[in-house]
Design a protein. Structure first.
Lengths: 447, 485
């Protein structure tokens, strides 16, 4: 296969080849239901630290997974070898499991065939990008930092994945997904500044712009003051908002809801947050990483999850959906959080309009403390500042927080339009930067 | 015509690397088989048999690295990937400031096989699913249990490592684990309690010896007791931490900061750096004199005891903290010379053929002391005994941490008394380890392992084991993990 740019690319499994492989599996399988999943992933990452490349890798992994079922007894086997003999072996292994597997009371046949929405998930410029393009971006970031006598650490990565699902009832989906990422931590001693991007198009990583942001944050972080712990108003940048919302999103599970082990138990249809907040899935948004379908063969589509603060939607697996008489719907993969009303133009405007607050660039190591009320903990990271009278007056030592998004987002102060947000521990979202009146910083660290 | 052997593929790749002028290169060919059986709420929810075969080629060219890997093991793909690794290394070299210099290591030719009594891949699946279904029934037999989950996991790695220096290492490694969890509902609350066998390099005997059914009855009863227990009162408590709990505390607050690549800034953009900076080596008081943390990648059954690491360096045993003083890092051949060390400690591991090896935490364990567990408890007026893992989080230099746990009992006047819930303790790493004033004897030592230690970009999962005897810590800050007061 040749990429659109004309540059050679290792041969990825094409739609026709996947159909051929799936048909081969169906012919070899004696089971009642057979599902074939393809994930042929080619990724490259250039990693740098201390202003030089420390790791430069390229990996191609193709995986074919076969799930078979005999009357509700199922088994799955996978292989990275796409030869006929290996595929026969994979079918045999899956069938061997299924024949001795206990009857699964929640087993359902494959989803009915569906005409999946075709999305522009693989941009030619990303597909064509290779080690030299990644190195060019890494050098751009390193060069800027060297000029400022600062240390750069970060990554530039690009990947393309052929993803497919096929079942012996006629279900068939196939798409190419491309993705590029850039993240940078700029160091000046213990002081750090950070910025990151992820996009379907490698041309949209905005490496220079984000490098300057990270440099500015690192330089502003050199002089830190030690503030006491307690409750503070905060300005959360988009990555910090996304870090908190990721845990809320992951908790919107219908099975846990029905079994009574969800923080939302009994609250579907109720006001759970500030009534100006809405959360949608927008897989067609050009700045998000929307997909056509899930690994279970469900279509990904636009949907409303929280509307004016009211919980409207949970993620339904197929069995729970059938039990509850609703349509199954996968977890959001392209979330957009929006706030009704008049936003300010920028994060700088949030700062200008603030009397006193802690400005948080990002959080790190967010983990649940209490699943009942979604109490979370985590650390601030890579740019935490005291804002007074509309200006950043100093950096502050990083805080640990203990707070719940279900409490925090009850009352939003001011906010921006939804902005691109990505960090090391969450997927990509569009979320506003915002001010919140009361945030619990429970301890402080040494830097 | 028969297909080429792994050795023939290796020879083909290394010839290309050498011909291209690289000063060093290696290839890892690996065939990994994983069996994962999962159950929840009285049903087997998934049985997966995963085969993952491929190879990775690593090249050092003019002091800079390149790595390429592929799941296509063929006469066409091996030279393409070897050439790509060289091309990538040349790109890295074009912007290199400081050339990589590898610490010397003798050439090794060896074969490593995990000893086992029962091959988990030969145990019938129906025997395993029967065990898990029966275990879930045992969990649900306890009144108040609303949900259950169980799993069995086994993995076999066949691997060949060959380097341009002449090392030739064959591996046939095995690991396994099993667990069950009960979730109890009470009023508007729910709480879980788990039993986990350690992840160890053993056969299915690990599962048979664990007696999941007996443990299921215990954890189900304790889940109900836990959900009905009063929430802890915040304040300062003496803590006695059990070995499973300590395995995570050691991992996060000693393991990660002792990785030299972190201390040197390699992980600054993701996992973070380390407060154990290089000038502290040999002088910094990390903990009290009771604290001896030893890295031992030679202890049988443990996850990092693989004979050799992915640099081809033989596994070793060394001090990380000796009598409370920080004295040793986890290193690989690249970073060891940067602090003047003549040899790598052999802690360079990749999570598979598709990943480049990076410095990983060794099997770091807390050396036993001389007290009995009863003696540790006897000297506590107001404390908390903590078992298992709960919520955990730590800052990017590994100073400020918070840990929960899986089960908590008050210690009152020297006796473990009743359960409490929602215990979270937090502190600063060296202050915490300096508050340690007792470690229990060797007979109380247990080993727990991790297979999901996240590090690196792209992210990799590291495997290691942490052993400990129960240990006591004085006057640690405890908060109530149930939200704003």
């Amino acid at each position: 296969m040749t990429a659109v740019s004309g540059k050679p690319w290792p041969h990825m499994t094409s739609r026709d080849e996947f159909r051929f492989l799936a048909d081969l599996v169906f012919k070899r399988s004696s089971s009642e239901h057979t599902i074939v999943n393809l994930r042929d992933h080619h990724t490259g990452t250039t990693r740098f630290a201390n202003n030089q490349v420390v790791q430069n890798v390229d990996t191609r992994r193709g995986v074919l997974a076969v799930t078979v079922a005999f009357g509700g007894r199922q088994g799955t086997a996978s292989t990275t070898d796409f030869t006929a003999g290996a595929i026969q072996d994979t079918v045999t292994r899956a069938e061997r499991i299924a024949r001795v597997s206990p009857l699964d009371p929640e087993y359902l046949p494959p989803p009915a065939p569906y005409e999946f929405h075709a999305r522009a998930t693989a941009k030619p410029e990303t597909v064509a990008a290779g080690p030299s393009r990644r190195l060019e971006y890494a050098n751009e970031a390193i060069g800027q930092c060297r000029m400022e006598n600062l240390l750069a650490a970060g990554v530039v990565s690009s990947s393309v994945t052929a993803v497919g699902i096929a079942a012996n009832n006629g279900l068939f989906g196939y798409e190419h997904r491309g993705e590029a990422r850039f993240s940078l931590t700029v160091r000046a001693g213990d002081a750090t500044g950070w910025s990151a991007a992820a996009h379907r198009s490698i041309d949209h990583l905005k490496v220079q712009e984000r490098t300057l942001v990270a440099i500015k944050k690192a330089k502003c972080s050199c002089e830190v003051q030690d503030l006491p712990v307690g409750y503070y108003p905060v300005i959360l940048e988009p990555a910090a908002v996304a870090g908190l919302w990721a845990w809320l999103l992951w908790s919107l599970d219908a099975k846990a809801y029905t079994k009574g082990t969800s923080p939302f138990a009994g609250r579907l249809g109720e006001l759970i947050l500030d009534d100006r907040l809405s959360l949608r899935n927008s897989p067609d948004h050009p700045d998000l990483l929307g997909e056509g379908f899930t690994a279970e063969g469900l279509p990904s589509g636009a949907s409303v999850w929280i509307e004016h603060g009211v919980l409207r939607q949970l993620a339904y697996d197929r069995f729970t959906a059938k039990t509850d008489g609703v349509d199954p719907i996968p977890t959001l993969e392209a979330p957009v959080l929006s706030i009704e009303g008049l936003p300010v133009a920028s994060i700088q405007d949030l700062v200008k309009n603030t009397e006193r607050a802690i400005l948080v660039t990002n959080f790190w190591y967010i983990r649940p403390v209490n699943d009942r009320n979604l109490l979370l903990t985590g650390m601030t990271r890579d740019g935490t500042f005291l804002v007074e009278k509309g200006e950043i007056v100093s950096a502050v030592k990083n805080f640990r927080f203990h707070d719940s998004p279900l409490t925090l987002f009850q009352q939003i102060g001011a906010w921006t339009h939804p902005l691109e947000a990505v960090n090391a521990e969450t997927g990509k979202m569009l979320v506003p930067a915002m001010t919140l009146p009361r945030f619990h910083f429970s301890s402080v660290t040494r830097f | 015509m028969s297909s080429p052997t792994w050795d023939e593929f290796a020879e083909l790749a290394l010839k290309r690397i050498t011909a291209a002028g690289a000063e060093y290169g290696d290839i890892r060919v690996q065939d990994s088989t994983t069996e994962q059986i999962e159950g929840e709420d009285r049903r087997i929810s998934a049985i997966r048999d995963i085969k993952d075969v491929g190879f990775g080629v690593r090249v050092l060219y003019r002091g800079a690295w390149g790595f390429a890997a592929s799941s296509i093991l063929s006469l066409e793909e091996v030279p393409r990937v070897a050439d790509l690794a060289v091309e990538i290394a040349k790109g890295s070299a074009s912007v290199a400031l400081e050339k990589v210099r590898l610490a010397p290591e003798p050439v090794h030719r060896d074969r490593i096989v995990t000893p086992y009594r029962i091959d988990p891949f030969h145990v019938p699946i129906e025997k395993k699913t029967d065990l898990l279904l029966t275990t879930m029934e045992a969990l649900h037999r306890q009144a108040g249990i609303a949900r259950s989950s169980v799993s069995l996991w086994a993995r076999r790695d066949r691997k060949l490592f060959v380097s341009t220096e002449g090392s030739h290492l064959e591996f046939n490694l095995l690991a396994g684990q099993g667990e069950c969890t009960a979730t109890a509902l009470h009023e508007d609350r729910f709480a879980s309690r788990s039993f986990n066998t350690p992840h160890l390099r053993k056969g299915y005997e690990l599962i048979e010896e664990a007696d999941l059914l007996r443990e299921a009855s215990r954890v189900a009863a304790q889940a109900v007791e836990k959900v009905k227990a009063p929430a802890v009162d915040a304040g300062q408590y003496d803590l006695v931490l059990d070995p499973e709990h300590l395995s995570l505390t050691i991992h996060e607050s000693c393991g990660h900061p002792s990785e030299l690549d972190r201390a040197l800034g390699y992980e600054a953009n993701y996992a973070g750096t380390s407060f154990l900076t290089t000038e502290k080596l040999g002088t910094f008081r990390y903990g009290s004199s009771h604290v001896n943390l030893i890295a031992d990648n030679t202890e049988p059954d443990t996850l990092a005891a693989t004979g050799y690491d992915d640099d081809g360096v033989s596994c070793q045993k060394w001090d990380v903290i000796r009598d409370g003083i920080f004295v040793g890092y986890c290193t690989n051949r690249e970073v060891a010379p940067k602090i003047g060390e003549a040899r790598s400690h052999g802690s360079n591991r990749a999570d598979g053929w598709g990943s480049v090896p990076i410095v990983r935490i060794a099997n770091i364990g807390l050396e036993p002391g001389s007290a009995t567990v009863d003696q540790l408890l006897a000297d506590v007026k107001r404390g908390i005994y903590i078992e298992g893992h709960g919520s955990y989080s730590i800052d990017q230099q590994r100073y400020n941490f918070q840990f929960g746990g899986d089960a908590f009992w008050l210690i009152e006047n020297g006796k473990r008394t009743r359960m409490v819930r929602d215990v979270i303790y937090h502190g600063i790493t060296p202050e915490f380890w300096n508050s340690c004033d007792g470690v229990a004897e060797r007979s109380a030592r247990r080993r727990y392992g991790f297979i999901t230690c996240g590090k690196g970009q792209p992210g990799q999962s590291g495997w290691m084991t942490h052993a400990a005897s129960p240990a006591r810590f004085r006057q640690v800050q405890v908060i109530r993990g149930e939200g704003q007061s």
